[in-house]
Write a protein that binds this ligand. Sequence first.
Ligand code: FE
Length: 337
Amino acid sequence: MFASLKNTAFAAAATIIALPAVAEEVNVYSYRQPELIKPLTDAFTAETGIKVNVAYLKKGMIERLQAEGARSPADVILTVDISRLAGVVNAGLTQPVESETLAANVPAQYRDPENHWYGLTTRARIVYASKDRVADGEVTTYEDLADPKWNGRICTRSGTHAYNVALTSAILEHHGAEETQQWLEGVKSNLARKPQGNDRAQVKAIWAGECDISIGNTYYMGKMLSDDEQKAWADSVNVIFPTFENGGTHVNVSGVAMTKSAPNKDAALKMMEFLTSPKAQEIYAEANFEYPIADGTEAVDLVKGWGTFTPDAVNLMTLAGQRDAAIKLIETVDFDG
Ligand code: FE
């Protein structure tokens, strides 16, 4: 009798022990592509046992989070561009995350002073210059792009694209509205054709002889070099890191934030700490030819080979704050018209 009770109790205990623990999960809304995110989420799951569910979005993250409200499954958001990060923060859809690990992993320049977002990688917005038609040292500053010597020689994507809005916001921060409008008018009058296509299409246009310089993000050099058709475009240009006359080279970030309603807060924090770790930053940066930001981390050799630069010191949230004013000026000069 006793023995049988004991056995039953033992069996019950064994059953409880054998029950799988409730699996931890974290849900991610990402504007970044699966090929960038998957290696990191796989590594995170392997290290922590936490399952990661990712919804890859092309647009409408703010609207979706707003519509879902407190019932949103999203814990973490991943995106590029400071105006997109600031947009989600300013819409009240994130929460501050205090963590010694996060603060140690991400230099102060690349995280929100209020701790609502943390940067993971940076990219510089630079000049691609024809190897044949642009001499060394011919372009050194962003301001110089408005110089009439470039008349009919510049190609760029739309002025209202987030990348160009951020660059214009930086000009605005350095020089004020009046000079920024003059700069936009000057660049517009130097364009070889109306703004169109993406950053790579401008390098293709240099290769084809339509223009001599273009504005683009650094990582596209790596992407073009990795593509059989586009390699010739990349081979026709030099990468130039311009600076502001009174500053450094314009950079933008990719970053991560925790949603206000995160249902899996602990797992979300673990994931943010994992993503910002120096090792993860390097993997993430390598996948898209970007720059990791933690002290002691390095870009891959190909990226380092494009040259060194000093990132402009303007605070990124300050830039985000100039976004609306920058768009207004871009529209005032009818940049794309
Ligand atoms: Fe891009």
